[in-house]
Design a protein around this ligand. Sequence first.
Ligand code: ZN
Length: 595
Amino acid sequence: TLEVIARRYGVSVSEIRKWNRLKGDRLRVGQKLIVGVKEEKEKKEEVKKEPVAVSDIEKVFLELERKHEIILSNPQATKTDWLKLLSEYIRLYLLYPSSYVAPKAILKTANIYFHIYKNFSDSEALNKAIERYNFLIKNHPKSFEVEEAYYRLIQIYREVIKDKEKEKSLRAEFKAKYPKSTYLSKLEEKVEAKELKKTEKKEKEIKTKGPVIESAKEKIAISDIIPKKVLEVHPVTGEDYSRVIINVSDNFEYQANILKGDKDRPPRIYVDIYPAILDSKISKEIEIKDALLTGVRVAQFDERTVRVVLDLNSLTSYKIFKLREPYQLVLDLIGKGKIQKSYTKEAPKKGEYINLARQFGLGIKRVVIDPGHGGEDPGAIGPSGLKEKDVTLVLAKILAQKLRTRLGIEVILTREEDKFIPLIQRPAIANSKKADLFISIHTNASPDSKGCGIETYYLNFTTDPEAMRVAALENAASDKSLSDLQDLIKAILVNTKLSESRMLAEKVQEELVKGVNKYYSDIMDRGVKYAPFLVLVGTRMPAILVEAGFISNPIEEKRLKDQQYLEMVAEGIAKGIEIYIQSLKFSQTYYDKKS
Ligand SMILES: [Zn+2]
């Protein structure tokens, strides 16, 4: 009954009734309820958006994630603010206790309780956090979130409660149940008290810095007043997604705005870049015909400001972020898609479960393969002169053929020839083509010529120095821009298909190593890792990066020249993708049965 639920979650019965417009005290299993979500007002936008009724579970969850980001970046957030957010996650769980967002919502609830304990010294909140982590471990043992729950619980017993016995037994239990968890190695690292303080300080700095997206407050030194050149404005457009990339010669500031438009003028987004002048070679008007964008115009607004205007078909939400070295401003426009309004209180229909399964990435029809590097960017070069860009292209073409014939899916390559494509354009190609999977192909390199083996990555921020090294290598970027990227990724991660990408990476890595191992028993399995790769930023589908061997190792370089080895690698990747797709079909059966 409601009373039991209310007591368990520390809310009142009347609150639950109010949220769900319930009169009685009883709930049916799988009962469908209304969720109304108001969009946050964005200060920089002139346009006020209407509250939108959303029935889609994922949208509700993402909206909460966004609220979480906002409150996290607000140093003045009160305990009441946090409790309010907490109640929304609890409500989400109560509404959809058997959906795939349920474990995510429980984890969030636990994390927020812990945050409240830490920031408002509320010891009751600590008890609740522990209780929620245990609840997740007990009730969702197969979820991706359970590993983080163990990790955080062990941390609490180690750092806060300082109960060594409990910590030890929990850790043994975790290791026995999830021997492959990446959180295990994190726990192995002995964190010294001093280092811990350092990281805590860093975390606080990040929090008070505010969200990376939309932050243009960064001050530029006086010596930097000499105008920078806006070199290129490059749109990559598709049906419900467009990315506009603006290349600038050096560091700059910017200000973005959205205008509603009227009967004479379309809605538009404009971005002012300063101090900057236009490069003489730039084309000032780019005509585009797609669902979101109708054109891009570039002009010298005043003597130190370049204005880029995006003419829109209709008002569209957008994200903007700045990258360094090379300096770029990136605007992502995302179509609204279908917003379904549903006010029925009936149980979910079969179709809705299938729709939910679709969000897992079911029905994979189109894959974009990205052969790393190309043109002026050779990638890593082997001791005998073999270039990474050539290996990745051959490999991508073999893989494409295998996927087409074996799985009958459409395959698009980001490049078919030896051509330079900027990193940030590559995920935009996958998004604009509505790809269901994105596979970026690379070969690894190390200053140590003995470095060897195969590894597969997905996008996330990391503290692992080896993963950071590979990301720096592939991003061709400095450490400074890499740490910016870490912050950026924290901000955009809510829109990234994290667990699906990890699952895809696991299947591909496993099959790849298994396949190659048949002929080369010495092949080293370096496992699945994550790092901030520019080439994966903003992907809207499960996305991975495969490092198919070390081109810097003379033995592996020789193999990378061998057509048969490349066949084997492509076969392994294709097999991994196939098994990933099969595992999705399995979960579809699961949802069909449940309904
Ligand atoms: Zn590479």
